[in-house]
Ligand binder design. Structure first.
Ligand SMILES: [Zn+2]
Length: 188
C-alpha cells in the first residue's frame, strides 16, 4: 500500500498552482441565474421598455466598456435599441446605494442577498404590473465571471423582459453549460 501511494505521489505530483476562480469557463451545472423550475421552451417576454434604456457600469463593476458593447451589440442585432452606455465615477450615488435611476440598466457586482456559489448573475427589473412596462433594471454578476461568454448577454435578456428557457443552446437557458448563442423567439 505504501509503495502504491509513493508511486501515485511521484506519478501525479500535486500541482503548485492555487485554485482560482478567474477561469473563462464556469464549471458544468452552474446556473447563470437563480434556478427556475417553471422555465418554458420558447422564450416568453413578460415586460418591455417604452424608450431605449441607458446603461450605467458601476466603477467597481464586473464588466468593462468593451465587454458591455459586445453584449449590447448582440441584442442590437436582434432589433433592440439602447441609449447611452457610461461608466459611473467611483463616488456615484446610485452605485453606492444600489438605487437605479429611471430608464436605466445598472450593471454592478453582487449586493447583499446574492446567494454566492449557486449562480453567476441575477437581474432585477422594476415594472408596471398592469402594462408590463419596465422602467429600470439592475444586473448583478460576480466579478470573476464578468468576462465569461454569454453571461452578460443572458442577463441583458432578462433586462429586456425575457424569462429563462429549457431550450438547449439558447442564450436564455438558465444553465450555463446547456446554453449557447441561440436566439429563437427573440428577434424583435
Ligand atoms: Zn436567467
Amino acid at each position: 500500500m505504501k509503495a502504491l501511494l509513493l508511486w501515485i505521489a511521484i506519478a501525479y505530483p500535486v500541482p503548485h498552482t492555487a485554485h482560482t476562480v478567474d477561469r473563462l469557463l464556469p464549471p458544468p451545472q452552474t446556473w447563470v441565474c437563480p434556478a427556475k423550475t417553471f422555465a418554458s421552451d420558447i422564450p416568453t417576454r413578460s415586460g418591455s421598455w417604452r424608450y431605449p434604456p441607458n446603461i450605467i457600469l458601476c466603477h467597481r463593476g464586473p464588466v468593462n466598456m468593451g465587454r458591455t458593447e459586445k453584449a449590447v451589440g448582440y441584442w442590437k442585432r436582434l432589433g433592440y435599441e439602447f441609449g447611452n452606455i457610461k461608466i459611473a465615477p467611483s463616488d456615484d450615488y446610485g452605485c453606492a446605494t444600489g438605487q437605479v435611476p429611471y430608464s436605466t440598466i445598472m450593471i454592478d457586482i453582487p449586493s447583499q442577498g446574492f446567494k454566492m456559489g449557486t449562480h453567476l448573475g441575477t437581474t432585477k427589473t422594476w415594472r408596471n404590473n398592469d402594462t408590463g412596462q419596465i422602467f429600470k433594471a439592475k444586473i448583478e454578476i460576480m466579478s470573476a465571471w464578468g468576462d465569461s461568454e454569454r453571461i452578460l448577454e443572458h442577463e441583458l435578456g432578462h433586462a429586456m423582459g425575457f424569462d429563462d428557457v429549457h431550450h438547449v443552446g439558447h442564450i436564455m437557458n438558465g444553465s450555463w453549460s446547456l446554453g449557447g448563442y441561440g436566439t429563437e423567439g427573440l428577434k424583435k
